[in-house]
Ligand binder design. Structure first.
Ligand code: SF4
Length: 449
């Protein structure tokens, strides 16, 4: 979500006549987009801003701004910590940034724009992406109140964008060469639940889906040029039969879902106020997996939530084994001030949180290797990104299951191509292979093996 917001703000500033710097050092204006989801993320943003503001001693004309969740959470008080910060703008007021920059350039400083949580949000619809994939925000804010989470306070209540706006944005992206879109929302399957998104005279697609989100997926799938659709983040309650059917039937929807589970213990899930049980979660996974045999599943999990016992941690461990996650983002619990969980006693000590974290990481490595091993010999369709970060002689891209595939480039394969890659060997999080051909082209490569 923050990557998307940063991109939208960059595009707004370019449209207002500014030029994007290639390196941070070249920039006359630096805006830090902050996250409040964990204390560590806020500490990092403050540290970075501290360095940038200290740099003003040498470059007094350089302007420094802050945006995002931390700006929203802290408000005007940020200037007590960082008196040299020029402006700070909250989550629902991104659209004000070009105007704030103009004011700062005229000599104002310490400008703060924080909206009330219930304010109508500025909807980011500008894009600055290069490449072939784009994020598209479809739902802002969150109405769930998970006990540990600060997001509903800083991002406000749920608001779903009208479907026709989203479709127009995606059509424009497709006309600029975007082939893959990821639809974004904190609880993305809630799309259209809190406000109307379809006009009464909007036509239904050929599948006759009734739910607003599945209707949107079908409409996005019909946008010419869009080959792949992803969406994140999911919630088990949103995994309806209609959604599972749409994922299986619409070929553009990738066979991958990011479905955070957070804990495998019913008692902890209740304390977290996640709104589902272990059985509900596993039932959603079962339905998804039986509909799509090559389905890939990733997740988020928290270890060391207040009161989490060893036995409850073992339930988390066993759920991960049953659900057979392809990848997992594992977080050690840290209290966020102002949340209900911050009132609970944070009684799992750091060493124990670290131990649990390491156990899950080790389990996941073994599991990821085993699941990927089963892909050796298969041919995967890879949307090509270009040279890989670690070694520019090798290129990388993503499979529909969102796995990174690394291969040696051949003539005729460009960033944005969908290459057919035969998998030769694997690591827990990466596939390595050879290009066999490119979809939509005559290129076919024969290897002797
Ligand atoms: S669903 Fe829960 S964890 Fe996710 S943003 Fe909403 S409150 Fe936070």
């Amino acid at each position: 979500m923050n990557v998307r917001d940063s991109d939208a703000v960059a595009a707004m500033l370019v449209a207002a006549g500014y030029q994007q710097a290639v390196r941070e050092n070249d920039a006359d204006l630096v805006i830090v987009n902050s996250c409040s989801v964990r204390g560590k993320a806020e500490d990092k943003a403050i540290g970075k801003l501290g360095l940038l503001c200290a740099g003003k001693r040498k470059r007094p004309d350089r302007k420094i701004g802050l945006m995002g969740c931390m700006a929203q959470r802290i408000g005007e008080d940020i200037f007590k910590k960082l008196p040299l910060l020029d402006f700070s703008v909250g989550t629902r007021r991104c659209g004000a940034i070009p105007q704030m920059v103009r004011r700062v350039l005229k000599g104002e400083t310490n400008i703060c724009e924080i909206s009330a949580a219930e304010a109508f949000p500025d909807v980011p619809d500008t894009h600055n992406e290069t490449g072939h994939s784009a994020f598209v925000t479809i739902l802002l804010g969150c109405n769930r109140r998970c006990a540990y989470c600060i997001v509903p306070d800083v991002r406000g209540p749920e608001y779903s964008r009208p479907a026709h706006e989203i479709l127009a944005e995606i059509s424009t992206l497709a006309s600029h060469g975007i082939r893959e879109v990821t639809l974004l929302g904190q609880s993305v399957m809630n799309y259209g639940k809190m406000n109307d998104v379809w006009h009464s005279d909007d036509p239904y697609g050929t599948n006759g889906y009734k739910e607003p989100f599945t209707r949107l997926l079908e409409a996005v799938a019909s946008v010419p040029g869009i080959n792949r659709i992803r969406f994140t983040s999911g919630h088990p309650s949103g995994c309806t039969d209609e959604l599972v059917h749409a994922m299986r039937s619409l070929p553009q929807i990738c066979n991958h879902l990011h479905l955070p589970f957070q804990s495998g213990s019913d008692r902890v899930l209740k304390m977290m106020r996640r709104g589902y049980s272990r059985a509900d979660y596993l039932d959603a996974v079962k339905r998804l997996r039986s509909a799509m045999p090559d389905f890939s599943l990733t997740t988020d999990v928290i270890v060391g939530f207040p009161g989490e016992t060893d036995a409850e941690f073992e339930e988390t461990r066993s759920l991960m084994e049953i659900a057979a996650f392809d990848n997992a983002f594992i977080f050690k619990y840290s209290p966020r001030p102002g949340t209900p969980a911050a009132e609970m006693i944070d009684d799992v000590n750091d060493a124990e949180k670290m131990r649990r974290n390491q156990i899950l990481l080790a389990d996941q490595d073994i599991r990821g290797q085993k699941l990927n091993q089963a892909l050796v010999g298969t041919v995967q369709e890879v949307l090509v990104d270009g040279p890989s970060l670690r070694n520019s002689e090798r290129w990388s891209g993503r499979t529909p299951g969102n796995k990174i595939a690394v291969f040696t480039p051949v003539k005729g394969v460009e960033p944005g191509s969908i290459a057919e890659v035969r998998i030769k060997r694997v690591a827990p999080q990466t596939l390595y292979g050879e290009i066999r051909g490119v979809l939509g082209s005559n290129l076919i490569i024969e290897y002797s093996d």
